[in-house]
Design a protein around this ligand. Sequence first.
Ligand code: INI
Length: 163
Amino acid sequence: MFEIQELRPGTDMRIAIVAARFNRFIVDQLLEGAQDALDRHGIEADRRALVWVPGAYEIPLVADQLAASGQYDAVIALGAVIRGGTPHFDFVAGECARGLSRVSLDHGVPVTFGVLTTDSVEQAIERASTEAGNKGFDVAVAALEMVQTRRELAVHLDGLQSR
Ligand code: INI
Protein backbone atom coordinates (compact mmCIF):
# COMPACT_ATOMS: atom_id res chain seq x y z
CA MET A 1 0.00 0.00 0.00
CA PHE A 2 1.30 3.44 -0.89
CA GLU A 3 1.44 5.64 2.17
CA ILE A 4 2.88 9.05 2.98
CA GLN A 5 3.90 9.71 6.57
CA GLU A 6 6.72 11.10 8.71
CA LEU A 7 8.08 13.30 5.98
CA ARG A 8 11.53 14.84 6.00
CA PRO A 9 11.04 18.02 3.99
CA GLY A 10 13.92 18.96 1.69
CA THR A 11 15.88 22.17 2.13
CA ASP A 12 15.34 23.18 -1.51
CA MET A 13 11.96 24.83 -0.93
CA ARG A 14 11.06 28.47 -1.48
CA ILE A 15 8.71 29.75 1.18
CA ALA A 16 6.78 33.03 1.35
CA ILE A 17 5.33 34.49 4.53
CA VAL A 18 2.52 37.06 4.49
CA ALA A 19 2.17 38.80 7.86
CA ALA A 20 -0.48 41.27 9.04
CA ARG A 21 0.70 44.36 10.94
CA PHE A 22 -2.54 44.62 12.96
CA ASN A 23 -1.86 43.38 16.52
CA ARG A 24 1.79 43.43 15.52
CA PHE A 25 3.12 42.56 18.99
CA ILE A 26 1.42 39.16 18.60
CA VAL A 27 2.27 38.69 14.93
CA ASP A 28 5.96 39.42 15.61
CA GLN A 29 5.99 36.40 17.92
CA LEU A 30 4.25 34.21 15.35
CA LEU A 31 6.85 35.34 12.81
CA GLU A 32 9.67 34.46 15.18
CA GLY A 33 8.20 30.97 15.57
CA ALA A 34 7.81 30.53 11.81
CA GLN A 35 11.37 31.70 11.10
CA ASP A 36 12.67 29.37 13.80
CA ALA A 37 10.92 26.41 12.12
CA LEU A 38 12.37 27.36 8.72
CA ASP A 39 15.85 27.72 10.29
CA ARG A 40 15.59 24.30 11.90
CA HIS A 41 14.62 22.75 8.56
CA GLY A 42 17.55 24.33 6.76
CA ILE A 43 15.59 26.75 4.57
CA GLU A 44 18.15 29.46 3.79
CA ALA A 45 17.22 33.14 4.02
CA ASP A 46 17.57 33.62 0.25
CA ARG A 47 14.80 31.05 -0.24
CA ARG A 48 12.34 33.04 1.89
CA ALA A 49 10.20 36.10 1.28
CA LEU A 50 8.33 38.15 3.87
CA VAL A 51 5.55 40.56 2.91
CA TRP A 52 3.74 42.73 5.46
CA VAL A 53 0.14 43.81 4.86
CA PRO A 54 -2.08 46.13 6.94
CA GLY A 55 -4.41 43.49 8.42
CA ALA A 56 -5.63 39.91 8.14
CA TYR A 57 -8.27 40.95 5.63
CA GLU A 58 -5.52 41.90 3.15
CA ILE A 59 -3.52 38.66 3.47
CA PRO A 60 -5.33 36.64 0.75
CA LEU A 61 -4.66 39.13 -2.06
CA VAL A 62 -0.91 39.13 -1.51
CA ALA A 63 -0.92 35.36 -0.90
CA ASP A 64 -2.67 35.04 -4.26
CA GLN A 65 0.02 37.07 -6.04
CA LEU A 66 2.79 35.00 -4.47
CA ALA A 67 1.10 31.68 -5.22
CA ALA A 68 0.28 32.68 -8.81
CA SER A 69 3.90 33.70 -9.46
CA GLY A 70 5.05 30.07 -9.34
CA GLN A 71 8.16 31.25 -7.47
CA TYR A 72 7.19 29.87 -4.07
CA ASP A 73 6.40 26.32 -3.03
CA ALA A 74 4.20 27.40 -0.12
CA VAL A 75 2.75 30.47 1.52
CA ILE A 76 2.47 30.92 5.28
CA ALA A 77 -0.18 33.39 6.49
CA LEU A 78 0.33 35.04 9.88
CA GLY A 79 -2.06 37.36 11.69
CA ALA A 80 -4.10 37.88 14.84
CA VAL A 81 -7.81 38.66 14.88
CA ILE A 82 -9.12 39.24 18.38
CA ARG A 83 -12.85 39.12 18.99
CA GLY A 84 -12.79 41.44 22.01
CA GLY A 85 -11.33 44.27 19.98
CA THR A 86 -13.09 43.59 16.70
CA PRO A 87 -16.78 44.26 16.16
CA HIS A 88 -16.38 42.89 12.63
CA PHE A 89 -14.36 39.88 13.83
CA ASP A 90 -16.40 37.37 11.84
CA PHE A 91 -15.94 39.27 8.58
CA VAL A 92 -12.20 39.81 8.95
CA ALA A 93 -11.45 36.29 10.18
CA GLY A 94 -13.95 34.59 7.86
CA GLU A 95 -12.89 36.37 4.70
CA CYS A 96 -9.24 35.79 5.49
CA ALA A 97 -9.77 32.04 5.95
CA ARG A 98 -12.06 31.75 2.92
CA GLY A 99 -9.68 33.74 0.75
CA LEU A 100 -6.66 31.69 1.74
CA SER A 101 -8.26 28.34 1.03
CA ARG A 102 -9.33 29.66 -2.36
CA VAL A 103 -5.77 30.77 -3.13
CA SER A 104 -4.43 27.36 -2.21
CA LEU A 105 -6.92 25.43 -4.33
CA ASP A 106 -6.83 27.85 -7.27
CA HIS A 107 -3.06 27.64 -7.63
CA GLY A 108 -2.26 24.21 -6.21
CA VAL A 109 0.11 25.82 -3.72
CA PRO A 110 -0.02 24.94 -0.01
CA VAL A 111 -1.14 27.91 2.07
CA THR A 112 -1.06 27.41 5.82
CA PHE A 113 -3.24 29.31 8.26
CA GLY A 114 -1.34 30.98 11.05
CA VAL A 115 -3.98 33.59 11.70
CA LEU A 116 -5.01 33.45 15.34
CA THR A 117 -8.71 33.98 15.96
CA THR A 118 -9.22 34.40 19.67
CA ASP A 119 -11.71 35.86 22.14
CA SER A 120 -9.06 37.80 24.05
CA VAL A 121 -5.56 39.24 23.87
CA GLU A 122 -4.50 36.80 26.60
CA GLN A 123 -5.48 33.81 24.46
CA ALA A 124 -3.60 35.26 21.51
CA ILE A 125 -0.47 35.81 23.62
CA GLU A 126 -0.67 32.20 24.82
CA ARG A 127 -0.85 30.80 21.28
CA ALA A 128 2.02 32.95 20.10
CA SER A 129 4.28 32.13 23.03
CA THR A 130 7.26 29.87 23.06
CA GLU A 131 6.21 27.91 26.15
CA ALA A 132 2.68 26.85 25.21
CA GLY A 133 3.47 26.09 21.58
CA ASN A 134 3.88 28.78 18.97
CA LYS A 135 1.27 28.69 16.20
CA GLY A 136 3.69 30.35 13.76
CA PHE A 137 6.15 27.49 14.26
CA ASP A 138 3.42 24.88 13.74
CA VAL A 139 2.07 26.38 10.52
CA ALA A 140 5.58 26.76 9.07
CA VAL A 141 6.22 23.05 9.69
CA ALA A 142 2.82 22.27 8.15
CA ALA A 143 3.78 24.26 5.03
CA LEU A 144 7.02 22.30 4.57
CA GLU A 145 5.23 19.02 5.14
CA MET A 146 2.57 19.87 2.57
CA VAL A 147 5.17 20.74 -0.07
CA GLN A 148 6.93 17.44 0.54
CA THR A 149 3.64 15.52 0.52
CA ARG A 150 2.66 16.98 -2.83
CA ARG A 151 6.09 16.27 -4.28
CA GLU A 152 6.03 12.63 -3.18
CA LEU A 153 2.45 12.16 -4.26
CA ALA A 154 3.25 13.60 -7.69
CA VAL A 155 6.10 11.10 -8.13
CA HIS A 156 3.81 8.25 -7.08
CA LEU A 157 1.00 9.33 -9.42
CA ASP A 158 3.45 9.75 -12.31
CA GLY A 159 4.69 6.22 -11.68
CA LEU A 160 1.15 4.86 -11.79
CA GLN A 161 0.49 6.62 -15.07
CA SER A 162 3.57 5.21 -16.80
CA ARG A 163 2.83 1.63 -15.75
N1 INI B 1 -7.10 43.10 11.28
C1 INI B 1 -6.44 42.12 11.94
O1 INI B 1 -5.51 41.50 11.40
N2 INI B 1 -6.81 41.80 13.22
C2 INI B 1 -7.81 42.45 13.87
O2 INI B 1 -8.09 42.09 15.04
C3 INI B 1 -8.49 43.50 13.19
N3 INI B 1 -9.51 44.26 13.86
O3 INI B 1 -9.57 44.24 15.10
O4 INI B 1 -10.30 44.98 13.22
C4 INI B 1 -8.12 43.80 11.86
N4 INI B 1 -8.76 44.77 11.17
C5 INI B 1 -8.19 45.37 9.99
C6 INI B 1 -8.54 44.60 8.73
O5 INI B 1 -7.83 43.39 8.65
C7 INI B 1 -8.17 45.44 7.51
O6 INI B 1 -6.79 45.71 7.53
C8 INI B 1 -8.93 46.76 7.45
O7 INI B 1 -10.31 46.56 7.58
C9 INI B 1 -8.66 47.46 6.09
O8 INI B 1 -9.19 46.71 5.01
